[in-house]
Design a protein around this ligand. Structure first.
Ligand code: WT7
Length: 652
């Protein structure tokens, strides 16, 4: 199904000094955990859940009676902020740093567990005063500042479901998500800093809210100090309301299955897809994987560079490290501001020990050159991680040598917005790594590579990556659209006559049982680690008055993983050319955000389609990547279209 071109043979055993001190110190210890999870899955997961603070401890693990709708720990009750914060208040950890923060301009803040607890309580009291109650949805559209962490936890404190929208999204995208979630309160900031410029967050919220009458309250954090228009009765400055609020706010206990958050992700239709995560199962598995995969412990300075607007930020900037009582670092800005050594400067100044970032960032660092990391002392690092797409062995090697000094294990972590927590990764004290492989499913997780008919693939045979069994942190549904949940994830592949969760990824297992993920089998684009639905970009293009039709594909891009190439058919009488190209790119930025800006726009008279009218993106991908179509074209409706497309490319 998918050809595998990677030829990587090297293996790297865990360094002995690392393994000796690790939570899981050997292959034998890892094997024992796997056995435990296989022989008594319910007991295994209940013991893991017991690491959280419960108001009412669960007595059951998985309930699959309504499969594929599943429940975990469902007779338990908890408030996850008590596991993140309250439990530390009566231990020496209360005076340890929970949050280390650095703004792009260079300002810094440190919040201890005790301070963070107080801020969260105050903010929860503010939200309460604005009418936010358990079960309400609150949208957050904020820069990477401590108040974002505080606001997320304040929602959770009240049992309000948070939905963080990445700060790069446009007003239209915010509007769609607020409406879909039925949010009644929005938390934002006047702006945020990015490459020395102000991102106008409040302005975008104002534009979005013109179409969202159900939003009653907007809370505005002051970050840049720019003056922003405030709508009386609706908008409030955070600083005004938080002043005088009590630092005590009882946590509202919720059932384990209560939706902790909704996170929107791209699907293959234009409609935003709200991935719903639970409280008890999510918290259990995120805490567990943080401890196992990052080997987090007291004394670590842990830095995951993801934005909290993505799942990686939810699970491994915020909840995971706080649930483990760790110290998590937050950086507001860009990696090349003021210079291309900003990350290494941060690592050295804060003494970062664990660094978790994306292959797209690593490729950018490689291109910028070794001189930037060489300016700084990176000897504090002891573990490196990657996530978001397959890491090519060249980038892996560079990361290992230049950043890790050859001494740090690399954990290549495979997971998804939908999985909530890491499902496949090395256990750094136990698993020998191979550059480019996420190694094995974690104990308790049943990932498998199968054929379309559900039979297990042979070694090195490319197939579909599926999960044979539910796991605690999995998405529970698509917000407001349970049919879409079943349809999207459980309708493609059956194993032994039972639908299984299909990840959408292609993968293979090598002769040593190592997993190699080869990317998505559908048309979703992966630009700089962001998954963008082709359909969203296409509908943005088509919403321009001059555009008749558009098809969008990814072209391999050394830096971003994929660059977006759009094939556009204009309406009759419109003039193609550089001016129109610029206009359309700008239009996509306006509709979706800069992350979806097409790298290239090609005008064409017609698009290659199947008889049923489906655009054949595979052909366009081949054209965009190399200029020639080599694959099967038998289902193509009108062969002359290809001819014309190829010529139009030559003319550019
Ligand atoms: C997709 C999920 C979950 C965090 C960030 C992205 C790809 C993710 C890896 C990896 C190969 C990976 C997959 C997956 N992916 N991690 N270590 N090796 N591919 O979350 O936006 O939900 O994307 O990213 O294709 O399905 P996401």
């Amino acid at each position: 199904m998918i050809e595998s071109l990677l030829q990587e043979r090297r293996t790297f055993p865990p360094p002995e000094s690392f393994a000796r001190a690790a939570h899981i110190p050997s292959a034998e210890a890892a094997a024992a955990l796997r056995r435990e999870a296989e022989t008594d899955p319910d007991g295994f997961w209940l013991r893991q859940a017991a690491q959280l603070v419960w108001r009412r401890p669960p007595t059951r693990a998985l309930d699959a009676s309504c499969y594929p709708f599943v429940r975990w720990f469902d007779d338990g009750e908890l408030n996850l902020t008590e596991s993140c914060l309250d439990r530390h208040l009566h231990t020496p950890r209360r005076n340890q740093a929970a949050l280390l923060w650095e703004g792009e301009p260079g300002d810094t803040r440190v919040l201890t567990y005790q301070q963070l607890h107080r801020e969260v309580c105050r903010t929860a009291n503010v939200l309460k005063s604005l009418g936010v109650r358990c079960g309400d949805r609150v949208v957050l559209y904020m820069p990477m500042v401590p108040e974002l962490v505080v606001a997320v936890l304040a929602c959770a404190r009240l049992g309000a479901t948070h939905s963080v929208i990445f700060g790069g999204f446009s007003a239209e995208a915010i509007r769609d998500r607020i409406l879909d979630a039925g949010a009644t309160c929005v938390i934002t900031a006047d702006g945020g800093w990015r490459r020395g410029k102000i991102v106008p967050l409040k302005q975008n919220v104002d534009a979005a809210l013109r179409h969202c009458p159900q939003v009653r309250a907007v809370l505005v954090v002051t970050r840049t100090g720019e003056s922003v228009p405030m709508t009386p009765g609706r908008d409030h400055f955070y600083a005004d309301l938080v002043r005088g609020q009590s630092a005590v706010c009882p946590a509202v206990p919720v059932p384990a299955e209560h939706p902790l958050f909704i996170l929107y992700t791209s699907g293959t239709t234009g409609k935003p897809k709200g991935v719903v995560h639970s409280t008890g199962g999510y918290g259990t598995q995120v805490a567990l994987t943080t401890r196992w995969v990052f080997d987090l412990r007291d004394g670590d300075t842990y830095w995951c560079t993801a934005d909290i607007g993505w799942i990686t930020g939810h699970s491994y900037v915020l909840y995971g490290p706080l649930l483990c009582g760790g110290t998590t670092l937050l950086y507001e800005g860009a990696p090349d501001t003021p210079d291309k050594d900003r990350f290494w400067d941060i690592v050295a100044r804060w003494g970062v020990t664990i660094l978790y970032t994306a292959p797209t960032a690593i490729r950018a660092f490689m291109r910028w050159g070794d001189a930037y990391p060489a300016r700084h002392d990176l000897s504090s690092l002891r573990l490196l991680g990657t996530v978001g797409e397959p890491i090519n062995p060249a980038a892996w090697t560079w990361y290992h040598e230049v950043i890790g000094g050859g001494r740090c294990p690399i954990v290549d972590t495979w997971w998804q917005t939908e999985t909530g927590a890491i499902l496949a990764a090395p256990l750094p004290g136990a698993t020998p790594t191979k550059p480019g492989s996420c190694t094995h499913p974690l104990p308790g997780v049943a990932l498998e590579v199968v054929r379309k008919d559900g039979t297990r693939c042979n070694d090195n045979e490319g197939g579909y990556l599926v999960a044979l069994r539910p796991w605690p942190a999995q998405l529970r549904t698509v917000w407001g659209d349970p049919d879409r949940y079943r349809q999207q994830y459980f309708s493609d592949i059956q194993v032994d006559g039972r639908p299984v969760y299909f990840t959408g990824d292609g993968a293979r297992r090598d002769e040593d049982g190592y997993l190699w993920v080869m990317g998505r089998v559908d048309d979703v684009l992966n630009v700089a680690g962001h998954r963008i639905g082709t359909a969203e970009v296409e509908s943005a293009l088509v919403s321009h008055p001059d555009v008749a039709e558009a098809a969008v594909v990814g072209r391999p891009d050394e830096l971003k993983g994929q660059a977006i190439v759009a094939f556009v058919t204009l309406r009759a009488g419109r003039t193609p050319g550089p001016e129109m190209q610029a206009q359309l790119k700008q239009h996509v930025v306006h509709e979706i955000g800069a992350l979806a800006r097409p790298e290239e726009i090609r005008f064409t008279e017609a698009l290659p389609k199947t008889r049923s009218g489906k655009i054949m993106r595979r052909l366009l991908r081949e054209l965009a990547a190399g200029g020639k179509v080599q694959g099967d074209v038998t289902t193509l409706e009108d062969l002359s279209v290809l001819q014309r497309l190829a010529t139009s490319a030559d003319e550019e």
